[in-house]
Design a protein around this ligand. Structure first.
Ligand SMILES: Nc1nc2c(ncn2[C@@H]2O[C@H](COP(=O)(O)OP(=O)(O)OP(=O)(O)O)[C@@H](O)[C@H]2O)c(=O)[nH]1
Ligand SMILES: [Mg+2]
Length: 291
């Protein structure tokens, strides 16, 4: 759902003075825009404190106010991309439901770190589809990363193990382990996902150093359920939100940060290798508030 597109600010603020009924409408529109009820009421309260009874000059004043509030709320959760590399090897598992952009994001991440002189390996632990393995292999060739795979249908945990071992032996800086997009309610798949961690921890209890959950900005409120489910079975260390180049504005991040306080690492802004950017709360807020 689009964040501010259905705000109809012109109608909403055609009255120039902010009063209670207008504030309620403001809150309602925020809820409709995926920011979540708690966040909407928090923003409403802040708005009320500052603006009630006051004249507003124009729409831009509201956008500026919202942009500033959103940026303030999200800035504690910024986690810069370079923090993904702390150890050699840094072992990173990339998780998320079907089609959110995990494999593409791994390609983009690999490219960024490769350009920074790091040695990279991709591990194809999405062993359910041949196409998934091929897709990651293509990315590895494109950016010049090493590649670890097993036969189709192999236990994903075995690929995770092989990838981490490869990273240690070949003095790789960062290993990205791709996982299958799995629906949260498919128990057996979730069990296999959990096993990846058990097996990695057998090599080194600190593995994986990072578990990134990839979320698709076009998903809306369901992203909250995805965080909930993945958090239950793995120690998420950050989020990457993809497809912010579409009409989706990612208002859901506010609700997620409010509820789970998870760091946000990066945003995906397209399908190309260069379309991944460190999360910047100011910039994000500006896009969100259409400044
Ligand atoms: N517009 C846009 N498309 C993206 C972005 N990231 C990924 N995609 C596209 O989304 C689709 C799914 O991406 P994948 O990387 O295959 O997603 P996945 O999570 O690995 O999918 P599964 O392995 O099937 O679960 C592809 O068509 C990607 O090109 C993004 O930031 N913006
Ligand atoms: Mg994939």
């Amino acid at each position: 759902m689009k964040f501010f597109e259905n705000f109809k600010f012109n109608n909403l603020f055609s009255k120039k003075k902010i009063d209670e009924s207008l504030l309620n409408k403001f809150e309602e529109l925020l809820i409709e825009s995926d920011v979540g009820t708690e966040m909407a009421s928090e923003l409403k309260d802040k708005f009320k404190k500052e603006k009630i009874g006051k004249e507003i000059k124009n729409e831009k004043e509201i956008f500026n106010f919202l942009g500033l509030q959103i940026s303030k709320m999200l800035s504690p959760y910024e986690k810069k991309l370079d923090r993904l590399y702390k150890n050699s090897p840094s072992i990173i598992v990339v998780a998320g439901v079907n089609g959110v952009g995990k494999t593409t994001t791994i390609g983009k991440l690999g490219k960024l770190f490769k350009d920074n002189g790091k040695k990279i390996v991709f591990g194809a632990a999405d062993t359910f589809r041949a196409a998934a393995i091929d897709q990651l292999e293509l990315w590895s060739k494109k950016i010049g990363a090493d590649f670890v795979k097993s036969e189709l249908g192999t236990d994903p945990a075995a690929v995770g193990y092989k990838t981490a071992k490869f990273a240690e032996e070949k003095k790789i800086d960062i290993a990205f382990i791709d996982t299958a997009g799995r629906l949260q309610n498919k128990r057996n798949l979730m069990e296999e996902y959990k096993k990846i961690f058990t097996v990695l921890k057998k090599i080194n209890p600190e593995y994986p150093h990072e578990t990134i959950l990839v979320l698709d900005a076009t998903t809306g409120q369901n992203a909250l359920n995805q965080v909930e489910e993945f958090k239950k079975i793995s120690n998420l260390t950050g989020l990457i939100i993809t497809k912010l180049d579409t009409s989706a504005k990612g208002g859901i991040l506010l609700a997620i940060c409010k509820k789970y306080g998870l760091p946000i690492i990066a945003v995906g802004m397209g399908e190309k290798e260069s379309d991944l950017h460190s999360f910047d709360s100011d910039q994000f807020a500006k896009i969100l508030a259409k400044n």
